[in-house]
Design a protein around this ligand. Structure first.
Ligand SMILES: [Zn+2]
Length: 203
């Protein structure tokens, strides 16, 4: 519970961070982190086109640098792009200047004003600082844990269904690590949400 859906007490420490959109709208905000990857991102773009829905991709600067053509393709297909740091290093958040440098380095490549911290790690002071710099910091309402090798595809799908609700910002990953679980759970979850009357928007 604590991992999949952060309790309100934690969310309140970060008033400037976006966790969830409108509680009264039957809308899911799909997000994909850690791409772009040649192996997985195209597959997701095809699926999104089949469903006729839009999503937000929080890209790693280092990956975007290697695959600028995929970054373009995401945008050309009408999806939204956000920054997910340059190097995805755990622990970087403890060093204020390096943290900001990492974001600036990605900004040069990705060019977006929405930011999701790597591993979801950010101090309230950093969130405030980024707000001053004009960034909207986005965390999530539901993390599907598609990257977790100890979970089956069905378990990941169950997480997506169980914790999602009106205005949920939901995280999947376009990474190799998450590929197996995500390729099963993401389309099945979208079918479930569509059957239950949800629509999809970008942030
Ligand atoms: Zn990530």
């Amino acid at each position: 519970m604590f991992i999949e859906q952060m309790p309100d007490i934690i969310r309140k420490l970060y008033p400037s961070v976006l966790w969830r959109m409108g509680k009264n709208e039957k809308v899911i905000y799909l997000t994909f982190d850690d791409g772009p990857t040649a192996e997985v991102t195209h597959w997701i773009l095809d699926k999104l086109n089949e469903f006729g829905i839009k999503a937000t991709f929080f890209c790693i600067g280092n990956n975007a640098e290697k695959h600028p053509e995929i970054l373009d393709e995401i945008r050309k297909n009408g999806h939204q792009v956000g920054i997910h740091g340059y190097s995805h290093v755990r622990g970087l958040y403890k060093k204020k200047d390096l943290y900001l440098d990492d974001i600036k380095k990605s900004q040069n490549i990705i060019k977006s004003n929405i930011f999701r911290p790597s591993h979801g790690r950010i101090y309230p002071s950093q969130a405030r600082e980024l707000k001053k710099l004009g960034y909207k910091v986005v965390l999530w309402d539901v993390i599907t844990r598609d990257y977790d090798q100890d979970l089956t595809e069905e378990e990941v799908l169950e997480i997506a269904k169980k914790y999602s609700r009106n205005g949920s910002i939901v995280v999947f990953h376009d990474s190799l690590k998450a590929e197996k679980n995500m390729k099963y759970a993401f389309p099945m979850a979208v079918k479930y949400w569509l059957e239950n009357g949800y629509t999809f928007k970008t942030l």
